[in-house]
Each structure stands twice: as structure tokens, then as C-alpha cells.
Design a protein around this ligand. Structure first.
Ligand code: FAD
Length: 527
């Protein structure tokens, strides 16, 4: 059991099946299934598991049409079911059609090529083997659209966008983008073939793959993406204004910007997503110091150490306005000069709110979310500002190597991340978040050897959290969780290798240093 638990865990995007759940899950299901029957002692299965996880993550958005599962035949509980399904070798790949009630044991894929891209294309072919009678619920048509259908969209006003991927017959991009956009509303995606000369000519397309976009207002144009790759097309479409992930819960019925969910109007602030806003950082610090920490009557022991370290790192690295930086430095001096082992938090509040104010040091008491504003009060805001703050701090530590001199943190590439880890684990109000973050830190923080590694580590882990939260209750429908930075923000950060999206980490690092650098922090809206 321990071994199988290590091969696939609940954290992975695969569905873990067992003898109790296998039949009821895959038979007569509204989606198709692709399963891997493996054995946790089989060396090849162990080596193959990263590919299977990567595949499952890559096609997570296809779940309404086809899902990925695993079953461990080495688990005693599953001996009988693996025998019943006639599994003799590991891994065995089986696929099950949607709505299949015949109680069969699926079809085996025997191909030697188990590379991610091959299996993904196999999934598409398999989906297309369904007929109109057993077509998976929610799966859009995957066959090419006829030119009349596409051309009839010209100049027509509709309630949604239509994107048409024009491609060669043997290309899979169109179908992959159609499936990628399945959980999104506000648009329809179709594919058309380059052999359709009339269509190519009318749309003015000379090379493929290419995408054409029909806007709700009746206008239309070739879609302008930097690279003609699946990830670029999908990402562009997901980010169109008015396109968002379908919500399954009634509590999240497309709130409108500006409505804070309690009937009061909060003015919507226009902002650029290529900028970081000082208003978010200061609002976050205000909330942290005056609300989150203020729930603690006194600070002592580990809590006091965590607080001191946090104030040290922020005072030395925060690229803020003078009055705020000075306030933090004064707070730090005060903390360092106090020989106390226990500090009542009221004393800190008194210092921050009253004493320092007299000397003109001031941190706004207003919450002004800008880049972190949500479509309702319950969404975004503080946690968004906390991520932003720590990204800014890791970048500052990387660009100003001497900033932490004489603090006890000099030459420590982990200064910011360890401080963040302790803060999140000790004070962050969302305890589950803290637990997850601690697990990630335990797993890989020791691999961070330089200040640049630290910048990238936090980016990677934040994306891991984004992936886990996609489609969850805490996702703001107006700000869907994505792997960040999206291609529109950083085209050179994205590449494709053997059909799998990969990051160019050198470019990501350069981008993070620019995006979270002091000169990209906008003072707009900071009062
Ligand atoms: P956020 O994820 O808060 O991101 C803020 C901004 O950072 C984005 O708008 C974008 O501009 C930028 N950004 C996005 N991704 C990256 C990246 N990879 N690298 C650099 N910048 C990026 N919520 C849960 O429900 N469960 C959890 O387990 C959980 N864990 C959390 C752990 C920590 C340490 C923190 C600070 C928050 C956690 N949250 C968790 C909250 C959650 O991650 C979001 O902060 C919250 O849902 C608000 O999301 P958001 O859309 O504002 O974007």
C-alpha cells in the first residue's frame, strides 16, 4: 500500500480506482475513460508514472469527455478485479467508451509508443470512435466544420465568440483546443481543414495551423498569437473578455465587477495585468499587521521569532514608499532593541498606529485592491496580495544581494522563502493552505541553492497551487486560475517539446525579475 500510495496520490490529477469503484465509475459513465492498470512493484510502471501524471495534468480540462484513471493490481484488495479484467501485464492500458452498459472489460491499447503526445492523440481518436448515440455528454463535435457553416458566421451578431482552427487533416491542434476549452463558456471552438480552398481564400489564410476569431459583435479577424501552438491558442481564448470557466456552484453565478457581493457597490478599478500595484502590497501589509496578526494577544517563542524575521525581511527588501519603509525599519529597530521574550500585540499596534504616525510614518488603513480586486468580496484580495508580496521580495533578494547584510540572513538564498514558510505556517489564517505549502516546502525547498532558484521555486509552487485550484470554489470566474505567466504576458517563456508544453525557465526568470522588479510597481490608486 505504501508503495502504491507513493506512485499516485490524491494530489495527482488522475482518478485512483479500486475494486470497489472501478465498475461503477467506468461503466455507463457520461464520459469515456482511459485507465492504466499498473503494479506498484513493476519498475517500468514506476518510471512511467511521471508521464502518466503529466498526461493527466495536460488533459485535465477534457474530463467531461474523457478521464484518466489508475488501478494498482499489486494491492491485495484489487487482486480479484484485475483477474476478472484479465490483466496479465503491467502496465495495461484500457479504454472504455462513454455510456457503455455491456459490462465489458474495455479495449486494450497495445502500441509500443506510450509517449505523452501519442497517447493524447489516441484519446482524441478514441473519442471520435463514438457515434451520435453514445457521444460523451458535454463533448463538442470534433469533425471539421463545413465552409458554409463557418462563412455564415461572417457579420453575424451572436452571444458568444466562435474560434475556428484551420489546419491540415493530420493535425490534432484543432481537436485539442476544442477539448481544452470545453469547461469554458462564452465561446465555441470549431476546426476546419486547409484542403477547403474556398474557406482558406475567404478567410485570407495562407499558412496553417491558423486560428480565425468571430466576435460577438459580428466582426472577425485572424487570431494573433505569437506562436502557433496549442497552448498559445487555448490560452488566448481562455483570456478573452467574457469567456470564463463554467461554475457548478450556484454561489458563484458570474458576479459582475464592482459588486462586492453584499449589495454595496465598490468602484471597479481599471488596471493592467502586466503591472504590480503598490496599493495591493500596502493593503496586504495593512491587513497582515492590523488584522491577521492582531488576532494574537501576545507574541512569544516561535511566533515572536517568525514575526521578527518577517519584519526584518520586509523592512530590508520591500521596495515601497519612504514613509512605509521607514515605518517597517522603525518597527524592526524597536523589536530588536527589546529584550522581551513576550510582546503584547497591542504594543505593536500602538507603535504602528499612533506613535509612528506622529513622526509622519504611516501605512494606509484603507484596503484598496487593484490587481488583486475580485468580482466579489469573498474572492482574491488578501491571499493574492500575499503571493504578490513574496514574489516581489524574492526578486528583491535576487537583485540586491547586500540588502540583508548584518541581519543574520546575509548570504542565505532561502531568507525570503523560509520567512514566508514560517509566516504561512504560523499566522496565515487559511490553515489548509499552510499545510499544503509546508508539504511543498518539505519536498523541495532544499533544492534551492541560489537567490535565482528561490525566485523560480516560488513561481513553480504558485503554479502548482494554481493547477490544484483550477475550477475550485476559490477561483474567481473573472480571474480563472492559469499557469502563469500566460503567453500574452511572456511569449518567450513558452515552448513545446514533443507535443508537451514546456517552460523556458531562463526566460521565466528574466520575466519574473522584470515583472516583480521595483520599476514595474505602479503607484496608481495608492492613497
Ligand atoms: P493568486 O493565486 O493569489 O495570484 C496572485 C497574482 O499572482 C495573480 O493575479 C498573478 O498576477 C500572479 N501569479 C499567478 N501565478 C503566479 C506564479 N506561478 N508565479 C508568480 N506570479 C503568479 N487557496 C486554496 O483554496 N487552497 C490552498 O491550498 C491555498 N494555498 C495557498 C498558499 C499560499 C502560500 C497562499 C498565499 C495562498 C493560498 N491559497 C490557497 C489562496 C490562493 O492561492 C489564491 O491566492 C486565491 O485563490 C486568490 O487567487 P487569485 O486569483 O487572486 O490569484
Amino acid at each position: 500500500l505504501a508503495q502504491s500510495a507513493r506512485l499516485y496520490t490524491e494530489e495527482d490529477p488522475v482518478v485512483i480506482l479500486s475494486s470497489d469503484s472501478l465498475k461503477q465509475t467506468v461503466l455507463n459513465s457520461s464520459s469515456a475513460w482511459l485507465l492504466q492498470f499498473y503494479s506498484s512493484w513493476c519498475g517500468h510502471c514506476i518510471q512511467y508514472s511521471p508521464t502518466w501524471k503529466a498526461l493527466a495534468g495536460d488533459v485535465k480540462d477534457w474530463a467531461q469527455a474523457i478521464q484518466i484513471g489508475v488501478l494498482d493490481c499489486a494491492h491485495e484488495k484489487n487482486f480479484d478485479i484485475c483477474k476478472e479484467f484479465g490483466i496479465h501485464f503491467y502496465p495495461t492500458f484500457r479504454y472504455f467508451k462513454a455510456h457503455d452498459t455491456t459490462n465489458d472489460y474495455g479495449k486494450t491499447y497495445r502500441g509500443a509508443d506510450r509517449e505523452l503526445q501519442t497517447v493524447r492523440q489516441l484519446m482524441v481518436n478514441f473519442l471520435q470512435n463514438h457515434t451520435k448515440h453514445d457521444w460523451p455528454v458535454g463533448c463538442p463535435p470534433l469533425d471539421p466544420a463545413r465552409s458554409e457553416v463557418v462563412l455564415s458566421l461572417m457579420g453575424k451578431k451572436t452571444e458568444f465568440y466562435t474560434a475556428v482552427i484551420v489546419e491540415d487533416e493530420d493535425s490534432y491542434i484543432g481537436r485539442e483546443v476544442i477539448l481544452d476549452l470545453m469547461p469554458y463558456e462564452g465561446l465555441a471552438v470549431k476546426r476546419a481543414l486547409s484542403s477547403d480552398k474556398l474557406l482558406m481564400e475567404k478567410l485570407g489564410i495562407s499558412s496553417v495551423p491558423s486560428a480565425y476569431l468571430f466576435y460577438p459583435n459580428g466582426t472577425h479577424t485572424v487570431m494573433n498569437v505569437q506562436k502557433r501552438l496549442r497552448f498559445f491558442f487555448s490560452s488566448f481564448l481562455k483570456l478573452l473578455p467574457g469567456v470564463h470557466r463554467k461554475q457548478s456552484t450556484s454561489s458563484l453565478q458570474h458576479p459582475q465587477p464592482g459588486n462586492n457581493g453584499q449589495g454595496t457597490q465598490v468602484e471597479w478599478k481599471e488596471f493592467e495585468k502586466s503591472k504590480v500595484y503598490m496599493a495591493d502590497l500596502e493593503s496586504g501589509l495593512h491587513y497582515l499587521l492590523r488584522v491577521e496578526l492582531a488576532t494574537h494577544k501576545t507574541l512569544e517563542g516561535k511566533e515572536l521569532k517568525t514575526f521578527k524575521d518577517f519584519v526584518t525581511v520586509v523592512a530590508k527588501l520591500f521596495p515601497g514608499r519612504q514613509s512605509v519603509v521607514k515605518l517597517l525599519e522603525t518597527l524592526l529597530e524597536w523589536l530588536v532593541s527589546l529584550p522581551l521574550e513576550k510582546i503584547p500585540y497591542d504594543a505593536i499596534l500602538d507603535l504602528v498606529n499612533n506613535k509612528m504616525r506622529i513622526s509622519g510614518l504611516y501605512l494606509s488603513e484603507q484596503v484598496q485592491w487593484v490587481g488583486c480586486q475580485g468580482s466579489s468580496v469573498a474572492l482574491r484580495g488578501y491571499p493574492c496580495s500575499l503571493w504578490t508580496l513574496f514574489h516581489v521580495l524574492t526578486v528583491q533578494a535576487a537583485s540586491r544581494p547586500d540588502a540583508l547584510a548584518n541581519t543574520g540572513f546575509e548570504d542565505d538564498p532561502l531568507a525570503v522563502l523560509q520567512t514566508m514558510r514560517c509566516y504561512i505556517g504560523t499566522f496565515f489564517g487559511c490553515q489548509e493552505c499552510g499545510k499544503h505549502f509546508e508539504e511543498m516546502a518539505q519536498e523541495s525547498l532544499n533544492q534551492v541553492k541560489s537567490v535565482d532558484d528561490a525566485v523560480l521555486w516560488l513561481w513553480r509552487k504558485h503554479n502548482q497551487v494554481n493547477a490544484r485550484l483550477t475550477g475550485s470554489m476559490s477561483e474567481d470566474p473573472m480571474f480563472p486560475k492559469t499557469q502563469w505567466p500566460t503567453p500574452d504576458l511572456c511569449p518567450t517563456c513558452h515552448e513545446e517539446q514533443e507535443g508537451l508544453h514546456v517552460w523556458n525557465e531562463q526566460m521565466v526568470l528574466a520575466f519574473l525579475r522584470q515583472h516583480y522588479g521595483a520599476s514595474n510597481i505602479s503607484p496608481k490608486y495608492s492613497s
